[in-house]
Write a protein that binds this ligand. Structure first.
Ligand SMILES: [Zn+2]
Ligand SMILES: [Zn+2]
Length: 185
């Protein structure tokens, strides 16, 4: 089994089905880790990945890197773009890899199985854009013990990692500060 086949199988198993997004996510992850000099078969403790989309490809990134929300090593930036930035926290090196499928219009006319085959062997420059970037990670975003704990003065719930806001000197959770994503019933 080639490196790609092996890692693709891992992504496929985690995601639950085969689709072009998983193929591209696998290619993207292989490129990002390679650019940082990391081996996807090893446990890379210094790797943090920012994914910019919550679709199929994000699962490939998680399955192959082992980065996850629970380890604080997977960050979600809701940009709706099929891209991810790989950061080595030890030396600060960072590389952003985005999908740039040059023949997308032609691929859209083909059956999915054929697209998957094409994307799995396409030369990288035909499907990926790779760029070196700089990224400043705040200490409260890093793995490790929570920092900046606060108790919300309105609901009494604990807020970790400086995610609270201060209004007139009082600590408030984002919900109580009016940024809620839900409405109590
Ligand atoms: Zn999928
Ligand atoms: Zn609150």
């Amino acid at each position: 089994m080639s490196d790609f086949d092996d890692l693709f199988a891992k992504a496929k198993e985690f995601h639950g089905h085969v689709c072009p997004g998983i193929v591209l996510g696998t290619r993207l992850t292989i490129a990002g880790m390679r650019e940082l000099g990391m081996n996807p078969r090893e446990n890379n403790r210094n790797l943090i990945v920012y994914v910019e989309i919550d679709r199929c490809g994000a699962d490939a990134v998680q399955a192959i890197t082992g980065c996850s929300l629970g380890h604080r090593s997977l960050k979600f930036k809701d940009y709706g773009k099929f891209a991810a930035t790989f950061v080595d926290t030890q030396n600060g090196n960072a590389v952003r890899v985005s999908i740039h499928e040059k023949n997308r219009a032609e691929h859209d006319k083909l059956p999915p199985a054929e697209v998957i085959r094409i994307l799995s062997v396409a030369p990288e420059p035909e499907i990926l854009k790779i760029e070196r970037v700089r990224i400043a990670i705040k200490k409260e975003d890093l793995p490790g013990f929570p920092v900046g704990k606060a108790i919300c003065s309105r609901c009494g719930e604990q807020v970790s990692d400086n995610r609270h806001v201060t209004v007139n000197g009082d600590a408030l959770c984002r919900n109580c500060a009016g940024e809620s994503y839900y409405t109590p019933i």
